[in-house]
Design a protein around this ligand. Structure first.
Ligand SMILES: [Zn+2]
Ligand SMILES: [Zn+2]
Length: 226
């Protein structure tokens, strides 16, 4: 199989990632109302949206599933999410985790004030991911889904054979969330977040692609775990 490339697709407040190998897999479903940016960036890359055969959601918070319905429709791709968060997606619920830092409390209050004005469309889920993850080779990319809970009960990461890893909100990098690469300011359970990071470190991840912010070397997060 040819090498898998990672393309960053910024969609408003967060990124989707296009994994391009012999096939194409999209990681995450974008913030609500941002699908036009997805189509513009796919056109710039010269990749027809129909080439995407699978969309994997790192988790089901509203800012990661906002365009999922529009994107599955346009691509014809199957939609995968961990089984623990399936109901949120199929019901179009707007889910947000508790704060894990002081800034998370303040910023979370601001986000919650806007939430009633944000619409998330329900969308059918084709694949429920289990705790043992999922191999993405059948979709033409050298990667696997690894269960990495903590930010939410069904959070997953996509780990490429190259050591690159799309980790959703297991890390955050940049304002208005964090100053530089750090652990998430919102999380169900920080102990579980740290355990998931240890799991990723054991897999030899090297370059981290967070959903919020730019990629960074894993050494930046390693020092936050001690
Ligand atoms: Zn999240
Ligand atoms: Zn997020």
């Amino acid at each position: 199989m040819s090498a898998t490339r990672v393309h960053i697709l910024p969609l408003g407040i967060d990124n989707c990632y296009l994994l391009q190998g012999d096939g194409c897999v999209l990681v995450d479903g974008g913030a609500p109302g941002q699908e036009h940016r997805f189509f513009d960036q796919m056109a710039t890359l010269g990749v027809p949206p129909e080439r995407i055969s699978l969309i994997v959601l790192t988790h089901a918070h509203w800012d990661h599933i906002g365009c999922a319905r529009a994107l599955t429709k346009a691509t014809g791709a199957r939609l995968a999410v961990h089984g623990r968060e399936r109901d949120i997606v199929v019901n179009g619920r707007k889910s947000m985790p508790p704060a894990s830092t002081l800034w998370g409390i303040v910023f979370g209050a601001v986000l919650r004030a806007f939430l009633p004005f944000i619409k998330v469309e329900p969308v059918a889920v084709d694949i429920e991911i289990g705790d043992d993850g999922m191999d993405l080779a059948p979709y033409g990319v050298n990667a696997r889904v690894v269960y990495t809970p903590g930010h939410s009960p069904g959070s997953i990461s996509v780990v490429l054979d190259s050591g690159e890893a799309c980790v959703g909100d297991l890390a955050m990098n940049g304002l208005p969330l964090t100053f530089g690469p750090n652990l998430p300011i919102f999380a169900d359970d920080m102990k579980t977040v740290r355990a998931s990071w240890r799991k990723l470190l054991q897999l030899g991840v090297a370059t981290i692609y967070p959903a919020h912010g730019r990629p960074f070397p894993v050494s930046s997060i390693e020092k936050r775990l001690t």
